[in-house]
Design a protein around this ligand. Structure first.
Ligand SMILES: Nc1ncnc2c1ncn2[C@@H]1O[C@H](COP(=O)(O)OP(=O)(O)OP(=O)(O)O)[C@@H](O)[C@H]1O
Ligand SMILES: [Mg+2]
Length: 449
């Protein structure tokens, strides 16, 4: 009698069917697991990439894109003009953030700058190139808008944009960042990062005069400001793809952040030149009297060493916490600080000068003496004798021995045909070089942009 079996009953056909079915289901499970893992991996990769993209946008540009801030609850009350302006501001902001991420300068219209400065309401100051206004973008980024004078903006658009692009791509912790520009028929302007604590000039001189708080700047902070400024200039001279000569180093062009860290402002405003070309013959005068190197006032070639000279002058002012030339001290050895410092240094009596300018703590005297020596090297009459800025940084940091500086004013006794005395009491003979305590008259060549 035959029996019916529900098992595989030893049927080889059924066995192989069963085996095939189980290997198919294993394959299916494996492929499901693989695809789940792959999907998770892809999702993680996408999240990672998005995060990287986000990180590429600097912190200051990551603020929320809320136009009008608290207005979001009042959307229903916005009139068509407000809505249009809001849209425009939002578009400007998005373009600005994307340009920054791509390291491109943002081009602003005159209208956009009018909005961000609230119709150029708050003046931060003015100088040889134009007036500087405070502005703020809708996401809270504060900016300084320098509206260039009519006569300084004759350059054609392409040249202007090429130079501005270079300036925008020049970043260093000790350089003021340029965000963008405006090149409209009605306006040429540069948009900079806003520096909350104003200029070193204010810190050293104005505040001292008006509020008497000069003594609150600790000496080590002043030393840090000197080193940071030197690093910024060294970057412009030695590390940029194209060497940038500043031509106007002075305390007014050293701006300070909330921690009083220094950033050099206005680099690139003057002529840009290739690093290979070490000489630029200039047809006019440039810079600020009292800081400009002697060769800037002669028809001879000018090199990047003119910035080293100006930095030396700035260094004397930091040590002295006073302007180099003080008319009220006329007729005394203290009238022109650099020469007074050299006279004391030469006689081994620098301490006497340091005591007069308020450097009394023993450890401060050591750094102050070092700064005076570096300053004396920087203001050497012959440009080749002045050090490179990278050496200046090392000397200020104290890592290297500083040789005795030669007399930078020896030529004043010789007949070099150029009288540096014009920087002190006998300025009457050449009013271009006079820098009085209260009036900082400036002479600029017709500017390049
Ligand atoms: N980025 C900035 N952030 C904050 N304040 C600024 C900024 N740029 C300039 N200022 C302010 O505006 C003032 C004028 O600056 P401006 O560069 O026009 O003149 P200057 O530095 O005195 O002379 P120069 O034209 O030779 O550079 C500065 O002293 C400073 O107080
Ligand atoms: Mg300036």
């Amino acid at each position: 009698m035959s029996t019916t079996s529900f098992g595989n009953g030893g049927d080889p056909g059924f066995d192989s069917f069963n085996n095939a079915a189980s290997s198919i289901s294993t394959a299916a499970i494996v492929s499901i697991v693989v695809s789940v893992i792959a999907t998770i991996a892809i999702v993680i990769a996408i999240i990672y990439c998005l995060k990287r993209t986000g990180d590429a946008i600097p912190k200051y540009a990551q603020a929320q894109l809320t136009i009008g801030g608290n207005n979001s609850n009042n959307q229903g009350n916005i009139n068509p003009l407000q809505a249009y302006e809001t849209d425009m501001a939002k578009a400007t902001m998005e373009r600005f953030i994307s340009d920054i991420a791509r390291e491109q300068p943002t081009r602003f219209s005159a209208n956009e700058l009018t909005q961000c400065t609230q119709n150029f309401q708050k003046v931060l100051g003015s100088g040889g190139f134009g007036v500087v206004y405070k502005g703020e973008f809708p996401n809270g980024i504060q900016v300084a808008v320098k509206v260039l004078k009519e006569n300084v903006s004759k350059r054609v658009e392409e040249q202007f944009m090429a130079e501005v692009s270079t300036m925008c791509r020049t970043y260093h912790i000790n350089l003021v960042r340029l965000y963008g520009f405006c090149f409209d028929t009605s306006m040429r302007a540069l948009v900079y990062e806003y520096m909350e604590q104003g200029s070193l000039d204010d810190l050293l001189f104005q505040k001292q005069n008006n509020k008497g708080n000069q003594s609150i700047i600790p000496w080590d902070k002043l030393q840090e400001i000197a080193i940071g400024t030197a690093r910024g200039i060294s970057y412009l001279h030695e590390e940029c793809q194209k060497r940038i000569i500043h031509y106007d180093i002075k305390p007014g062009n050293v701006l300070l952040d909330p921690k009083l860290s220094p950033k050099v402002a206005d680099f690139g405003l003057a002529m840009l030149c290739n690093r290979d070309s070490t000489h630029v013959v200039m047809s006019g005068c440039r810079g600020t009297p009292g800081y400009a190197a002697p060769e800037l006032w002669t028809p001879y070639p000018v090199t990047y060493k003119c910035d080293v000279y100006s930095f030396g002058m700035l260094l004397f002012e930091i040590v002295g916490r006073r302007r180099n030339h003080v008319a009220e001290l006329s007729g005394t050895s203290q009238e022109w600080l650099p020469r007074w410092a050299y006279e004391r240094f030469e006689k081994g009596e620098l301490n006497e000068m340091l005591a007069v300018v308020g450097v009394t703590a023993e450890e401060d005297k050591v750094t102050a003496e070092r700064m005076v020596k570096v300053a004396l090297w920087c203001v050497q009459y012959l440009p080749n004798t002045r050090p490179m800025m990278s050496s200046v940084v090392r000397m200020l940091e104290g890592g290297v021995k500083i040789d005795e500086p030669p007399n930078p004013f020896a030529h004043l006794q010789d007949d070099f045909g150029f009288d540096l005395n014009t920087m002190s009491s006998s300025t009457k003979s050449d009013s271009r070089l006079l820098q009085s305590e209260n009036s900082q008259s400036e002479i600029h060549v017709p500017i390049t942009i």
